[in-house]
Design a protein around this ligand. Structure first.
Ligand code: SF4
Length: 214
């Protein structure tokens, strides 16, 4: 293999987690040991609050998955791609709500639903929105009177601010309403169409009509 090809094929990344950027010292030690064993040039903290073990070959990627105890890598269907959450009221003095706990609820209830395209979730504990809820497919941020749910945001090549679906929600209402928004997404989006593009074709009124069940 030429030097150039060699370089080209050393571009595999393993993203074994964590969810919402929560790591234990033991997890960090495990990742560091694996990185040293495989002479990984660097670890990357990604925008999705994960640790990428980057810059290696396909064969090494398989070995790393096995060493992490995760076999061949994630096998979930296309759906919620990641959940970002800020420290929230537990660890931030500005927090109105527990964003980490909400992230765990979303992970436990909605993570495995098949969706038309990858779907990103941002959860913030207050209106300062450190997890950028307005540019996530699903954005949830905490106000004193309850959670605000935002749908259809995108921060990529076709940026779009999401629409506010509802304010003043309880934890359970967030889960129920988010599930309904995802139902709307499944029923109306084309294959591989992100929520932002869908909401350019449809309007927030279409979504609200759907949510009202009329
Ligand atoms: S969004 Fe609010 S609660 Fe969360 S880290 Fe930022 S300032 Fe703190």
């Amino acid at each position: 293999m030429s030097k150039e090809n060699d370089k080209k094929h050393m571009t595999y990344n393993v993203l074994p987690g964590p969810v919402m950027g929560l790591v234990t010292p033991e997890y960090l030690e495990q990742v560091a040991a694996i990185a040293k064993r495989h002479s990984i040039p660097f670890l990357k903290l990604t925008g999705a609050q994960r640790i990428a073990i980057a810059g290696h070959s396909a064969d090494t990627a398989i070995r790393i998955w096995q060493e992490m105890g995760l076999a061949q890598g994630p096998s979930r269907p296309v759906g919620i791609h990641y959940i970002q959450a800020c420290p929230g009221e537990k660890w931030c003095k500005y927090g109105n709500k527990d964003s980490i706990a909400m992230g765990k609820k979303i992970e436990g209830t909605l993570m495995d639903i098949p969706l038309p395209a990858k779907t990103k979730v941002g959860i913030s504990g207050c209106a300062m929105n450190c997890c950028e809820c307005y540019i996530r497919d699903i954005g949830i941020f905490g106000m004193k009177k309850g959670w605000t749910l935002v749908f259809g945001g995108n921060g990529g090549g076709a940026p779009r601010l999401g629409d506010v679906v509802e304010k003043g929600l309880s934890d359970d209402e967030v889960i129920t309403l988010t599930k309904k928004c995802l139902d709307f997404y499944v029923q109306n989006a084309k294959k591989m169409e992100r929520t932002g593009r869908l909401m350019r074709r449809k309007s927030i009124d279409d979504l609200k009509l759907f949510l009202s069940g009329e």
